[in-house]
Write a protein that binds this ligand. Structure first.
Ligand code: ASP
Ligand code: MG
Length: 470
């Protein structure tokens, strides 16, 4: 069947109409959420301004009484933990709810595989690197299935390829394009618990691709959408999403609710609570996501749409995020003429390197400085790309530093209320933190500071915005 393109998105014929109905059912579900918690939410919230990346077509036939549970690396780090998770999946099945498991690689496996690759080749090449990295999740899926069977449950392990997960061809940072859930449905119908290896899919060329670090969350949310599941649960070694990283801020508090928008900004600000793409998909397709502990049954943090946010969460700064995986590159004294920004950033984007904080100074004597940040792992590669470009533009020099960090405040309340920026800068000044540069979005303010000052800054901001009290 041919898909029609509307506003850059592809629809199956008739889908737009179905969507209108979905929108209404979604509204109804949200409206009655308190009373009918299991009513599937079909609303596909489109056009959210900040969801700029490609939205995949994930056809779904809604199956109720189905949840997708994703278990992160530290929840499956040992064989004992794997058996623990298998028993937990089994308990869900025993309760009559159908369940699909999505698993991450055990513990630090992905880091270990990366390190091994670097030992055999300084530049291992993306295609084979992706293939190698995908094996971590395959190991967990196979072991989890064995453990489930040993407990007497019917289960089947599926790689991303076997689960029908199609991606674009960016081997190590792929995006999911489509899921053909036929096989998963077949296994569910046969009564099995499908255990899907997260973080991976296959390309048009039939290559194996991985979704970028932390990508198993995205697998889980995309699978939940494709199956029309009632809910996607992300199970971790922490109890949910916190007002700040408890390792930096001991007073940090677990949040009961957070909005998709806020979580997306937190993820972009470097907090590793949820893969940003997972939040994007969850918001776009209205998939309820719950982040909770894999070790006990406490309810965790529910991610809701902004309008479903309980009053306690509105009109506030909700959380502090920090990110030390920051490298700054500055192109010094580049002649200021039209096209320089494009000349610099186009080749970086072509190499799929994501650029974050960008600052261009007002020019003096027709020369200007341009600074931007990338993740530290991308620093060497970015410098290799940018040095010849800067030379050609007759810039004076390219400098870099890898001792900075980002600290951010996030909260939907910022849209309507002024004064947050001043309070943030005041708190940082009082804590004696020098701000290198500042960037903002509608609901986030990010300051670049020295890495060594992150704990002090995080605690100062947590206090200034009274995040330890509701
Ligand atoms: N194993 C991959 C990583 O560590 C994917 C994931 O855990 O979600 O990044
Ligand atoms: Mg991991």
């Amino acid at each position: 069947m041919k898909r029609i393109a509307i506003k850059g998105r592809r629809f199956w014929p008739g889908e737009a109409i179905l969507d209108g109905i979905g929108e209404f059912v979604g509204w109804l579900a949200r409206y009655h959420q308190r009373f009918l918690p299991s009513l599937p939410r079909m609303a596909r919230r489109r056009g959210a301004e900040h969801v700029r990346s490609y939205v995949p077509t994930l056809p779904s036939a809604t199956v109720s009484g189905l949840i997708v549970q994703k278990y992160g690396g530290s929840s499956v780090a040992t064989t004992d933990l794997i058996r623990n998770v298998a028993r937990r999946l089994g308990r869900v099945r025993d309760s009559g709810t159908r369940v699909v498991g999505v698993v991450s690689a055990m513990g630090d496996t992905t880091d270990d595989l990366l390190a091994i690759a670097k030992r055999v080749a300084p530049d291992p090449g993306d295609r084979e690197l992706a293939l190698l990295l995908s094996t971590g999740e395959v190991v967990t899926a196979a072991l989890m299935t064995m453990a489930l069977k040993a407990e007497g449950y019917d289960a089947i392990a599926l790689t991303g390829f076997q689960a029908g997960i199609r991606t674009n061809p960016i081997h190590t940072k792929a995006q999911i394009l489509d899921i053909d859930p036929t096989r998963i449905h077949r296994e569910l119908d046969a009564g099995a618990i499908p255990i899907i290896a997260g973080y991976q899919g296959w390309t048009e060329e039939q290559d194996i691709a991985v979704l970028g670090r932390g990508g198993s969350d995205t697998t889980a949310v995309a699978v939940a959408i494709a199956l029309g599941a009632d809910q996607c649960e992300i199970l971790k070694d922490v109890d949910g999403i916190y007002s700040a990283d408890p390792r930096a801020v001991p007073k940090a508090r677990k949040l009961d609710f957070i909005s998709y928008e806020e979580i997306l900004e937190l993820a972009r600000a470097g907090s590793q609570v949820l893969h940003p793409r997972a939040a994007e998909l969850g918001e776009t397709y209205g998939m309820p996501i719950v982040v909770r502990s894999s070790f006990h049954e406490a309810p965790g943090t529910t991610i809701v749409t902004g309008d479903a946010m309980p009053l306690e969460g509105r009109e506030r700064v909700r959380a502090i995020a920090h990110d030390t995986d920051v490298a700054r590159i500055t192109i010094v004294s580049v002649p200021d003429r039209p096209g320089i920004a494009h000349g610099i950033f186009a080749p970086i984007e072509a190499a799929s390197i994501s650029v974050d904080v960008i600052v261009q100074n007002v020019s003096h004597q027709n020369v200007t400085d341009i600074s931007f940040t990338v993740s530290r792992t991308d620093l060497a590669r970015t410098l290799r790309i940018i040095e010849p470009v800067a030379h050609e533009m007759e810039a004076q020099a390219v400098t870099h530093s890898a001792t900075l960090a980002k600290i951010s405040i996030v909260g939907s309340g910022m849209v309507a209320n002024p004064g947050y920026a001043a309070r943030m800068f005041g708190a940082l000044a009082e804590a004696n933190c020098n701000i290198v540069s500042i960037t903002t979005s509608e609901i986030r303010i990010t300051c670049l500071i020295d890495e060594s000052q992150v704990p002090i800054a995080a605690r100062a901001l947590h206090d200034a915005f009274q995040l330890d009290v509701i």
